[in-house]
Design a protein around this ligand. Structure first.
Ligand SMILES: [Zn+2]
Ligand SMILES: [Zn+2]
Ligand SMILES: [Zn+2]
Length: 344
């Protein structure tokens, strides 16, 4: 995430803010300018400003912003508990839409007649079960994932080291991106790294929940879930690539750098990272900057008695997969908008 300043007085404000605590200026986030714009300049707030607690700008009166317009289904306004969960989910989705835009990728709302674009169904599972996932350009989220107690219970049950709403969206958008970017540019190269994504999914799912991940999974995969099926490995890798880019962008914005630690016998710190100076077109440079930064951030997190901030290990095969994803996203970003191929 980049840093933002108040359009009235230039004080630091944050991505979810709607007003400046110093000068009182009310503002909205403008996705095209990637900055905050004062409301008194005549810009329109998103029509979902209240129900989705959205602070983005809309193109015109009564319209939804570029993030809210992607939501196809949401709870009714009078379902207050589900609406509170919706606000958490929409907040995470705005981070996803923002990040993809900074990578040059604009998500188009789903067009049901052509079967292109993406839609989000953000559904409460209190009345009927909801399965979080992606199918044919539609990303579904069980809004119970917005609830910390529920999410932590599932995380513990599945022995996952990390589970967040933003992480769900980064994973599911990976599924959405697969057919729209891979088939166009490098399907054989992707299959060589990740495997054949057309393998029987149900059989892979059954095997995974029966046998678990292979014991040596850390040598080739970023997570146990990634071992289940090539399509899940791809989605997990996209999610981790977006984690890495998101944190590096934040670190660069705050001029956060790592110059140490000083280790005996090594005169020059080998674990140095300066995210603001990284060539973001170079996958190797991004990973080189990421590793020392994540070691330092994990150490800081442990100093607070928390678990690792980034509880994953990037083995060489995982770095190769991240580099592949980087190259494809770079090409898709350079093409300025996602090719409008019909998703599976
Ligand atoms: Zn201000
Ligand atoms: Zn909105
Ligand atoms: Zn998945």
């Amino acid at each position: 995430m980049q840093v933002f300043s108040c359009p009235g007085c230039d004080q630091l404000v944050f991505f979810a803010n709607t007003a400046c605590l110093r000068c009182g200026t009310r503002f909205v986030f403008d996705l095209d300018r990637l900055s905050m714009v004062a409301l008194d300049t005549g810009v329109e707030p998103c029509a979902n400003a209240v129900v989705a607690a959205c602070n983005w700008r809309a193109a015109g009166p009564g319209q939804r912003c570029a993030s809210c317009v992607l939501t196809r289904t949401r709870p009714a306004d009078d379902d207050l508990r589900a609406v509170a969960q919706l606000q958490v989910a929409e907040r995470a989705k705005r981070r996803l839409v923002f990040q993809l835009r900074t990578l040059g990728l604009s998500l188009a709302p789903r067009d049901e007649t052509t079967g292109t674009g993406v839609a989000f169904d953000l559904l409460s599972s209190r009345q009927a079960p909801v399965t979080t996932g992606h199918a044919g350009g539609v990303i579904t989220l069980d809004l119970a994932e917005s609830d910390d107690v529920h999410r932590e219970r599932i995380r513990t049950k599945l022995s996952e080291p990390y589970r967040t709403v933003l992480g769900h969206f980064r994973h599911e958008i990976g599924h959405y991106l697969f057919p729209v970017i891979v088939s166009q540019w490098d399907l054989p190269g992707v299959r060589a790294l990740f495997g054949d994504e057309t393998l029987d999914y149900q059989a892979a799912l059954d095997r995974h929940y029966r046998d678990g991940a292979p014991p040596d999974w850390r040598e080739r995969y970023v997570s146990e879930y990634a071992t289940m099926h090539p399509a899940e490995d791809w989605a997990e890798t996209i999610a981790h690539y977006l984690h890495l880019r998101g944190v590096l962008q934040t670190a660069a914005a705050y001029r956060l750098r790592v110059d140490g630690p000083d280790l005996p016998g090594t005169p020059t710190p080998s674990l140095a990272s300066d995210p603001a100076a990284v060539d973001t077109s170079d996958a190797g440079a991004l990973i080189d900057a990421w590793l020392p930064l994540s070691y330092a951030l994990n150490a800081v997190s442990r100093s607070l008695g928390e678990e690792d901030l980034y509880p994953f290990v990037l083995s060489p095969p995982v770095m190769d997969k991240l580099s592949c994803v980087h190259d494809l996203l770079l090409r898709a970003g350079a093409a300025s908008t996602l090719p409008r191929h019909a998703p599976r």
